[in-house]
Ligand binder design. Structure first.
Ligand SMILES: [Zn+2]
Ligand SMILES: [Zn+2]
Length: 354
């Protein structure tokens, strides 16, 4: 048995036309694809709205119930009454959402063309990523036609009013969908919404306003960028045909490894070795950092394997001021072989309880 239309929309029998419209919009919102949009549920809501949203049909429904609308009675229980179709304007923004959800073009607005986003990968050295650099990146992308400035018309040729849309740039189109006829406004395919067509199309791009070209971009790689991060270059992707907006270019960055340094977050890690005496007696040990040599003060009695922190000598934060630290693990340079003299002195130390 078909569900009561008032129940479907969740309104009282005495609800105003305005309330019914509001209830319909709310239900349609609930069927947003992100919330697990359900075509059957939408179909029921739409069916109820088509009847209750029309005062004449609503009056008939109030008197005779579903029977008045089920003469034809197809398997869906949907046939048999005049399908006016959904007016997408009743749905506002939802027209697009529902359109994309059920696979037909919705919306009363003409959608501007947008070029595709493109992506490419660059590899930089460890130290270039630390310091920042510029890198040339070759791309082969659809670009705006230079001959016609993307207009698609041969320079100097006249334009004529588009015969397909009579200059309006768009026209109404009726589509059959699982839940009735949908009327929507579509952008004219002959003039791409501009309302006029050139008398002579550009001989370079054949009227599309774009052509594929190889282009070299100078990409700035910011200091501190990490392996696997992406730089977005707005508007540097593919140009859109017919003077649309260009897409974006995403540059994925790979950072090479370094024989001495490793990166952990914004900290640089390294291992260094110092003679045994530096651990016993203390002293200054020279170590390598991303900025060059630095002196490490080793206190007497330091254990081999101690980690020293060089504050602020790590990697530049990408999105704020400041730098990470450099952590040096100091290992003991254990001699494999002792000279006769070293051996004698150490023997003496042994006698002193060391
Ligand atoms: Zn051209
Ligand atoms: Zn047109």
């Amino acid at each position: 048995m078909a569900q009561d239309y008032y129940d479907v929309l969740g309104v009282q029998r005495g609800a105003s036309q305005d309330d019914i419209k509001k209830a319909f919009r709310k239900k349609a919102h609930e069927l947003h694809p992100d919330k697990g949009g359900d075509a059957n549920a939408f179909k029921r809501v739409n069916e109820a709205y088509q009847v209750l949203g029309d005062e004449k049909k609503r009056a008939t429904y109030d008197r005779f119930g579903h029977a008045a609308f089920q003469g034809g009675g197809g398997p869906s229980g949907f046939g048999g009454f005049d399908m006016n179709g959904i007016n997408m304007d009743d749905l506002g923004d939802l027209g697009d959402v529902i359109g994309s959800m059920f696979g037909f073009g919705g919306g009363g607005r003409s959608r501007a063309h947008r070029g595709r986003d493109a992506e490419t990968t660059v590899t930089v050295s460890f130290l270039d990523a630390v310091k920042g650099t510029r890198q040339s990146v070759a791309t082969r992308l659809q670009a705006r036609c230079a001959h016609c400035q993307g207009k698609g018309a041969e320079p100097g040729s006249k334009t004529a009013t588009c015969s397909q849309c009579r200059g309006a740039g768009k026209y109404a189109q009726t589509q059959r969908t699982p839940f009735g006829m949908i009327q929507s406004v579509v952008t004219c395919s002959a003039c791409h919404g501009s309302g006029s067509v050139p008398e002579k199309t550009c001989r370079t791009c054949h009227g599309t306003g774009v052509y594929v070209e190889t282009r070299t971009l100078d990409v700035e790689i910011p200091a501190g960028i990490g392996d696997g991060e992406t730089i977005k270059l707005t508007g540097q992707g593919e140009a859109a045909p017919h003077q649309g907006t260009s897409g974006d270019l995403y540059v994925h960055v790979r950072v090479g490894s370094h024989q001495r340094f490793r990166r952990e977050g914004n900290d640089v890690m390294s291992d260094e070795a110092a003679p045994l005496t530096a651990f016993l007696l203390g002293g200054v040990v020279a170590v390598e950092t991303v900025d060059g040599r630095a002196d490490l003060s080793v206190p007497p009695g330091t254990r081999p394997g101690t980690v020293f922190k060089l504050r602020g000598q790590g990697i530049q934060f990408l999105r704020s001021r400041g730098r990470g630290d450099h952590l040096v693990t100091l290992h003991a340079d254990m001699p494999k072989k002792l000279t006769r003299e070293q051996k004698k002195l150490i023997d003496d130390l042994k006698g002193l309880g060391l």
